[in-house]
Design a protein around this ligand. Sequence first.
Ligand code: NAP
Length: 263
Amino acid sequence: MTERYAVIGHPVAHSQSPAIHARFAQATGQKIEYGRVEAPLDGFERAVDEFRASGGKGLNVTLPFKQAAFRYCNDVADRAREGLVVNTLMFGERTRGDNTDGVGLVRDIEGNLAVPLGGKAVLLMGAGGAAQGVVGALLAARVGELVIANRTFAKAEALAARFKATAARYDDIRDPFDLVINATSAGLGTEPAAFPVAAIGKATLAYDMVYGRVTPFLQAAGAKGAKCADGLGMLVEQAAESFFLWRGVRPPTRSVLASLRGR
Ligand code: NAP
């Protein structure tokens, strides 16, 4: 029997997740259908209830519902509980929530990009759902130093305090880091993108979770001669972990990533 999954968000039309899961299903011989659910901003719970009642088995959760998804669950994996955000829902007798963003990010950086995280000085920019979901995994990968900075400093402080990491204001950052991760949506809207250019040096890996466009952050990093990466690899790796949670089968990721990049 074909089981149904989807990505839920607002907006969600741009999501690459259906294309990724279709490739995973084909590669592993799993019979699944994977669609999109655009929930109204004030209607996340109702949309999840309806999807579940119509026989849906699981959802990926994207912007801006990861915190709401955490609250929706009655059973939550440790790695989701520590960040207070859920990106994967599994429907059985109970609704279990997990977060695969952290493991997706680490697998992309250490596996696909071949950059070991152990001992590295890392700046994480942002304190929203994406940043919350990856702090635990970065610490578990034994980075040497983790500084969290955000345009609204109080949110960086709160996130850093929860994980015993360090918070910083953008203006206070003067020196380059080994790795700078942009977990903000800066530059996607109409407001100017704020980020500390001093954090980027020639030897920095500048990693933007956004994919499919060159953000102001990656433009600045490229101009400084830094190595740049977008978030498509993270998207594929976090999707693979969700697929594994749902189906118990690990799909190939490198070939899927290459095909999405048109290689
Ligand atoms: P979110 O919860 O809405 O948080 C947005 C973050 O961006 C906040 O820290 C916000 O700072 C910051 N921000 C927004 N506009 C800014 C600007 N002009 N200058 C500086 N900072 C700004 O969103 P999210 O869920 O964390 O997602 C962030 C991005 O990551 C999205 O673009 C999303 O698509 C991407 N993402 C990618 C993947 C992947 O697999 N590749 C996974 C997860 C997320 P304030 O607190 O000051 O408002």
